[in-house]
Design a protein around this ligand. Structure first.
Ligand SMILES: NC(=O)c1ccc[n+]([C@@H]2O[C@H](COP(=O)([O-])OP(=O)(O)OC[C@H]3O[C@@H](n4cnc5c(N)ncnc54)[C@H](O)[C@@H]3O)[C@@H](O)[C@H]2O)c1
Length: 304
């Protein structure tokens, strides 16, 4: 079948965007969410994406909401789980999914950080379980990290990658089931140093953001870090590492500076204070700027 039916478990922030992209690519998508409000909001949220991207509303007709897990997954070839990030919940969903689906159905989790092997603990046939780590918003950001558990799930991971590629994402393979996979390890290694610099009084948080956005970040979308090293020459990279590596932050726990902010209730834009201070209009301007940037990137990829 060219476009097999797919079930998405969870109609939240990630689930609805994943469902949109799959439906836009021609799949029938059945979305299961136990929350009636989430199911009810689904059509409007998908419609908003169609409007944002200037695409037809045909995708909407291929998406259905289901209160019952069994009806959502009956006969599908792939299930993508995007339920809340709680291990016991995901373990019980995957045990149910194994019971309710045919042996060839791929069972994928969009967990941010839970080991795939832990999520699969109550599944008898682990070869069917893969990690598919999408990035927010999944209808605009092309990367999906497809996570292997050694050789056990390689065939399912390859099938999942092929399907994701056809649907317009860019799948990459993560060869080992490690915390944070690849992207979050890189992102949080950068945050570790950023927080340590602010905590040490080297600069303020706004300066960190300017340095990244206006400095090396200005080229990151077209030049990856290892590509950039090859571009400038590895002898230069080595010289810089010889000087820098002994000096970089190696705090092996959550930095006390971040722990203190959270303990004080300074949680970022939603409380008006995080690393930086935020008025509601400033926070909205950041969201708007991000949305416009991601949409323009998605549109230019479609034209390529
Ligand atoms: N938000 C992100 O930036 C992001 C990025 C990558 C991965 N993820 C991961 O994706 C998953 C979903 O995150 P989200 O941000 O969409 O969460 P969310 O809270 O927006 O959505 C979760 C949805 O799951 C539903 N749900 C609750 N119990 C359920 C059940 N038993 N079965 C099915 N659905 C159920 C909820 O009603 C809700 O609609 C998490 O594992 C998260 O870690 C999130």
């Amino acid at each position: 079948m060219a476009h097999p039916a797919i079930a998405v478990i969870g109609a939240g922030l990630m689930g609805h965007g994943i469902a949109y992209r799959l439906a836009a690519a021609g799949h029938e998508v059945r979305v299961h969410d136990p929350d009636p409000g989430a199911r009810q909001a689904l059509a409007a949220k998908i419609g908003d994406i169609c409007d944002l991207l200037g695409t037809s509303r045909a995708a909407l007709e291929r998406i259905s909401g289901h209160d019952d897990l069994a009806s959502a997954v009956a006969g599908v070839e792939v299930v993508i789980e995007a339920a809340p990030e709680r291990l016991e919940l995901k373990q019980s969903i995957f045990a149910e999914l194994e019971r309710l689906t045919a042996t060839g159905t791929i069972l994928a989790s969009n967990t941010s950080a839970l080991p795939i092997a832990r999520i699969a603990e109550k599944v008898g046939d682990r070869s069917r379980v893969v990690g598919t780590h999408f990035w927010n918003p999944p209808h605009l950001v092309p990367l999906v990290e497809v996570v292997l558990m050694g050789e056990a799930n390689r065939a399912s991971a390859e099938k999942a990658s092929a399907l994701l590629l056809r649907a317009g994402w860019h799948p990459v393979t993560v060869n080992r089931d490690i915390p944070g996979f690849i992207g979050n390890r890189l992102q949080h290694a950068l945050k570790r140093e950023a927080i340590a610099l602010v905590a040490a009084g080297v600069c303020d948080a706004e300066t960190i953001d300017d340095v990244v956005k206006l400095g090396f970040g200005a080229r990151l979308a077209v030049l990856g870090p290892l590509e950039q090293s090859d571009l400038v020459g590895l002898n230069l990279t080595k010289s810089i590492h010889d000087t820098l590596m002994p000096d970089l932050d190696v705090t092996a726990v959550t930095h006390p500076y971040l722990q203190d902010l959270v303990a004080r209730g300074d949680l970022g834009m939603k409380t008006g204070q995080g690393f930086r201070s935020w008025m509601p209009d400033q926070a909205e301007a950041v969201r708007q700027r991000l949305r416009e940037f991601l949409v323009s990137q998605a549109r230019s990829r479609r034209q390529d």
